[in-house]
Design a protein around this ligand. Structure first.
Ligand SMILES: *Cc1c(COP(=O)(O)O)cnc(C)c1O
Length: 374
């Protein structure tokens, strides 16, 4: 059994995929080909924002968004303690200070109350300027944006949606990657919408910020003169081949994959609810199920269950074994935070095989093994 069955997906998409990739090779328009612009338009329309700027990966997407708003030394940027490293890495890379905030024990997303306490703490210390919040759509579930948008507005904070795992999710009829002031995503192969290598994108409704990010992506070039560099930038573009791959994948995602991954989540929940802690999607929210993550009672049981599944040929993953405040790279940060929920989750979470091609038989096998191991 595969944790995320990209081989099955390729078999299904093969005729269209091979044609799309071959087209790029025969045209030899490997960088900034017409497929890139066309994909950006499709992605922006799907998400419901004015601009999509594609780039080399989801980490660069975060850095581009943060650079465009001038985040830097002296700024406090609030980041969930339970996330992938990039969410905080880019902040520190720009010289700003990540301030880790605990997550909600049910949604695993940034806890609005904990954010307000962290803001008070930073203000009381008076050393850093509270500047921005990076809200992650962890495991495919959008963060609590109604609450976070209010807090950001009341406190003059920039709100960045790290939608690397969130593409396809919704709150009401608002789609993930449209929340906050600016949003980012990743097309790493295992994400809800993945390409065949690295890729990422930034989403914004702001014309000025969009133009600035387009410049930053290509060495800070001028819009009018490619060889006049107005500022220091990066070299961060989505390859044309990846845009061609994503065009095929986005059609499958829209037509049936997002629905099928939700059906797969339902199969798990039907068998597991009441027997162990299963993920909960709040009323009005829709998840793109980047992961289906259950909680075991404690670390010892979790590790034993994972080993048992492995013996039965069932892959599972621990996302994440270590919180942000426990990372070696952040050892010297002044505000490492008090994040008991994140610490507990690192010892109890277990992510099960999850993808649109998961069958009822797969789900039964995983659940049967899991329940017998408990
Ligand atoms: C994967 C991921 C990223 C980084 O994306 P890359 O394309 O791998 O650089 C950032 N944030 C979160 C939450 C992620 O899961």
């Amino acid at each position: 059994m595969q944790f995320r069955d990209l081989k099955k997906q390729y078999q299904v998409l093969k005729p269209r995929m091979d044609a799309a990739v071959t087209q790029v090779m025969s045209d030899c328009n490997f960088i900034s080909g017409i497929q890139v612009k066309a994909l950006e338009r499709r992605l922006a329309d799907y998400v419901g924002v004015k601009h999509c700027i594609s780039c080399a990966n989801g980490t660069d997407a975060l850095e581009l968004a943060e650079r465009a708003y001038g985040i830097g030394p002296g700024d406090a940027v609030f980041v969930p303690d339970f996330t992938f490293f990039s969410s905080a890495e880019t902040v520190a890379d720009l010289g700003a200070t990540p301030v880790f905030v605990d997550v909600d024990p049910v949604s695993f997303n940034l806890c609005p109350q904990a954010l307000e306490s962290a803001l008070d703490r930073v203000r009381a210390q008076g050393k850093l300027r509270p500047r921005a919040v990076v809200a992650v759509d962890l495991f495919g579930l959008p963060a609590d944006f109604p609450a976070l948008e209010r807090i950001a507005r009341e406190n003059g904070l920039l709100l960045i949606e790290d939608g690397a795992q969130g593409f396809g999710g919704r709150i009401g009829d608002r789609r993930a990657c449209s929340f906050g002031d600016i949003a980012t995503t990743s097309f790493f192969p295992a994400k809800p919408l993945g390409c065949y290598g690295d890729g990422g994108a930034v989403f914004t409704n702001d014309d000025g910020i969009a133009a600035l990010i387009r410049s930053l992506c290509v060495h800070g070039k001028s819009e009018l003169d490619k060889y006049n560099n107005l500022r220091l930038g990066m070299n961060s573009r989505l390859d044309t081949i990846q845009a061609a791959v994503l065009d095929v994948k986005l059609s499958a995602f829209e037509d049936y994959e997002l629905e099928k991954v939700n059906a797969a989540a339902k199969m798990y929940t039907e068998r597991l609810a009441g027997k162990l802690d299963v993920p909960v999607v709040p009323e009005g929210f829709y998840s793109s199920w980047a992961q289906y993550t259950v909680q075991l009672p404690d670390r010892e049981k979790r590790d034993r269950v994972q080993a048992g599944l492995r013996e039965r040929g069932i892959p599972s993953m621990i996302y994440y074994p270590k919180c942000m405040h426990q990372q070696g790279a952040f050892e010297k940060l002044p505000y490492r935070g008090d994040c008991p929920v994140s610490e507990r989750l690192c010892g109890t979470v277990l992510s099960l095989p999850m993808h649109p091609y998961l069958t009822q038989e797969d789900a039964d096998q995983v659940c049967g093994a899991l329940l017998s191991l408990l």
